[in-house]
Design a protein around this ligand. Structure first.
Ligand SMILES: Cc1ncc(C[n+]2csc(CCOP(=O)(O)OP(=O)(O)O)c2C)c(N)n1
Ligand code: SF4
Length: 296
């Protein structure tokens, strides 16, 4: 923690249970049985436990969608924002309190449709915030309409104006300037946990696109469909090489495969939050009570 107003880091061993206290109990989780978002929840819990992060050090920001519910299923400070707004809140929270570990948890519709301008500009600004996208190719909460990532793996002849070609999350993140770009799969929460842990340790904006099947509305991109296509980023890949990251995506596309792992990690020296205006001094001693009163 870098902020004098927040408690110092507890160095005791953190058990996974700490992430379940005060959270909605497992039997009351609203997701459909088998939803990919369970894998993200498990992976994130593992990553936070492994890094011995405590709930009071974390701010979890959910978007609106089935995905955004994940925030309620974990202990920790939380905020449920508007559809498409998770990253705007994340950026603001990080600027106000750089000591917080800020994790935005959003759907693919949330991120790449209504929230796409937030996504692009947060990539440019590069705050030390983690974004995990639960990418299921549909709007789950509103009953399965096509999202921008819909159609992944479809025959090119099936694309039409109504169903245009699917969005490419990793390519957009790279182009817009994200400094950590990775992909995971809910069907393998242990592997996802490793990726999340790396994202949490990254000193800039970390994007993890997680293939998180919607078992109710997306009958095409199923767990089996993914299992047949995902492939680990080869150990020989140098994620610090932007050109190599782009070539890797080209190679996977050509072979009809989907990369899992860290595709790009900018090699800049660690200078936490150096690229972001931070106002802890201005905020210290500020009286926000009138503002809160006004909003009641
Ligand atoms: C401004 C606004 N527009 C539309 C909606 C309706 N809405 C709620 S959730 C949702 C889509 C959710 O899809 P996605 O972000 O992919 O998440 P998922 O439910 O698949 O996890 C939409 C369009 C809303 N709540 N607010
Ligand atoms: S509708 Fe889809 S995304 Fe929503 S909880 Fe059910 S399986 Fe998950």
């Amino acid at each position: 923690m870098t902020d004098a107003t927040t408690p110092s880091r507890v160095s005791q061993k953190i058990s996974a249970k700490v992430w379940e206290e005060n959270a909605v109990p497992r039997h009351r989780i609203q997701w459909c049985p088998g939803c990919g978002d369970f894998g993200v929840l498990a992976g994130l819990k593992m990553a936070l436990t492994k890094l011995e992060v405590t709930p009071y050090e974390v701010l979890l920001i959910g978007g609106i969608g089935c995905s955004g519910q994940i925030r309620n299923y974990l202990n920790g400070n939380g905020f449920h924002g508007t559809h498409g707004g998770a990253l705007a809140y994340a950026l603001g929270a990080k600027m106000a309190n750089p000591g917080l570990t800020v994790i935005a948890l959003a759907g693919d519709g949330d991120t790449f449709a209504i929230g796409v301008e937030n996504f692009v500009h947060v990539c440019r600004r590069d705050p030390a915030v983690v974004l995990i996208i639960m990418d299921n190719g549909v709007y789950g909460l509103t009953k399965g309409q096509h999202s921008p990532t819909h159609g992944r793996g479809m025959d090119i002849r099936e694309w039409s104006e109504e169903a245009p070609p699917p969005f490419a999350p990793l390519r957009l993140a790279l182009t817009a300037g994200a400094t950590f770009v990775a992909q995971s799969f809910s069907g393998d929460p242990r592997h996802a946990a490793e990726i999340y842990a790396q994202a949490l340790q990254h000193p800039g904006f970390a994007v993890v696109n997680d293939f998180s099947p919607c078992v109710t509305y997306n009958k095409f991109n199923t767990y089996d469909w993914y299992r047949e296509r995902v492939e680990d980023v080869p150990a020989s890949h140098d994620p610090s090489d932007f050109q190599a990251a782009w070539e890797l995506l080209n190679d996977f596309d050509r072979r009809g495969r989907l990369p899992l792992g860290v595709v790009y990690r900018h090699p800049r020296p660690k200078k936490a939050h150096g690229r972001l205006p931070i106002w802890p001094e201005e905020l210290q001693g500020a009286d926000i009570r009138p503002l809160l009163q006004m909003m009641r």
